[in-house]
Design a protein around this ligand. Structure first.
Ligand code: IPM
Ligand code: MG
Length: 361
């Protein structure tokens, strides 16, 4: 039997607290479903940077390539220059390991968690495939005459044919996979391309790559939305979406909106994926310094990230067991909300999920 090698980066703020609950569930589900794993913990965080001045060295990026997957809590410290450690750890993983897909499921488990009027779980159930290694995140740009009245700041959006093609292909494959998992008579598979090619002309590379890939998936319907309109539809008619594929920057923005319509940042999870290679799984929330150390953060995003990781590793039954437990606890309102107002501590919520998956809490 294979032993999965899993990296763990607890990180900053609430990261270690929710991370602990995620690992608790991982350990329990491994025993229940009969798989084995080994954990390797990494200290990289804002806190660690303040103590050591160390960011992620290249040798560690190389070491990460030998892992099956990485679990990340959250990165970001108020006393460190904004973005410095996030770029080193999160973008270090995404870019360094070519995790070209950021998969973000937007799934509402229970109507009462949704801030939209009259939307039910069947209305909010789609995934965003965010391109994860290009766009405005490539750091191709810089400053001229910085700090003077003549300052110029430039940043280039990078869109390669290969990058657009593989993101589109992954999105169509997701649509196919989701349709196969639906009951007979369920909705037709659909992929919506979200860009801004009316104003940003080079975005038309996305349209052309998308159209080319679509030919290989004749049963999948296609749609297109500008990103501003997409935000509107996500609020007005989220039921229209099945799979969205979009650029790195737009994906960053619309998935925070997506998290809100599925019940908040406390429940949203994501996978940074290179199919067949090391991939990284994280809740989409940040380190939330104001909630750190109080045992109040909601661990469901982290726990759902563990489920996504297991699904990626081929442990579908274990993943479904966790997802089912989270869904049950939310629909029965045993967990009334996925945020600090639930009245349930981080560790108690982890224990509730443990019991719900059938482990001895
Ligand atoms: C996210 C985060 C990151 C991003 C930050 C922390 C660099 O907002 O995962 O969505 O912009 O991608
Ligand atoms: Mg973000």
């Amino acid at each position: 039997m294979k032993t999965y090698l899993i990296g763990s980066i607890p990180g900053d703020g609430i990261g270690p607290e929710v991370g602990r609950e995620g690992l608790k569930i991982l350990s329990a589900v491994a025993e229940l479903e009969g798989f084995e794993y080994e954990l390797v913990e990494y200290p990289y965080s804002g806190e660690y940077y303040l103590q050591t001045k160390e960011l992620v060295p290249d040798s560690v990026i190389d070491e990460w390539r030998t892992l099956d997957a990485v679990l990340l809590g959250a990165i970001g410290h108020p006393d460190v220059e904004p973005g410095l450690v996030e770029r080193s750890v999160i973008l270090g993983l995404r870019f360094g390991l070519d995790m070209y897909i950021n998969l973000r499921p937007i799934k509402l488990y229970s109507e009462h968690l949704c801030p939209l009027k009259d939307k039910r779980p069947e209305d909010v159930d789609f995934v965003v495939v965010r391109e994860n290694t290009e766009g405005l995140y490539c750091q191709i740009g810089g400053h001229l005459k910085k700090g003077t009245p003549d300052e110029v700041a430039l940043i280039n959006g990078v869109y390669t044919w290969k990058g657009c093609e593989r993101a589109a292909r992954y999105a169509f494959e997701q649509a196919r996979k989701r349709a196969a998992a639906r009951d007979e008579g369920g909705r037709a598979p659909q992929v919506t391309l979200v860009d801004k090619d009316n104003a940003i002309r080079p975005h038309d590379i996305w349209d052309r790559a998308f159209a080319q890939v679509a030919v290989d998936f004749p049963e999948v319907q296609t749609d297109h939305a500008y990103v501003d309109a997409c935000c509107m539809w996500m609020v007005k008619n989220p039921e229209w979406f099945d799979v969205i594929v979009t650029t790195n920057m737009f994906g960053d923005i619309i998935t925070d909106l997506g998290a809100m319509i599925q019940g908040g940042m406390g429940i949203a999870a994501s996978g940074n994926i290179h199919p067949g290679k090391t991939s990284m799984f994280e809740p989409i929330h940040g380190s939330a310094p104001k909630h750190a150390g109080k045992n109040v953060a909601c661990p469901l995003g982290m726990i759902s990230a563990v489920a996504m990781m297991l699904d990626f590793l081929g442990e579908g039954k274990a993943a479904a067991r966790i997802e089912g437990a989270v869904a049950d606890l939310l629909t029965t309102r045993a967990i009334p909300s996925a945020d600090t107002r639930s009245g349930i501590s981080t560790s108690d919520m982890g224990d509730m999920v443990l019991r719900q998956i059938g482990a001895q809490g």
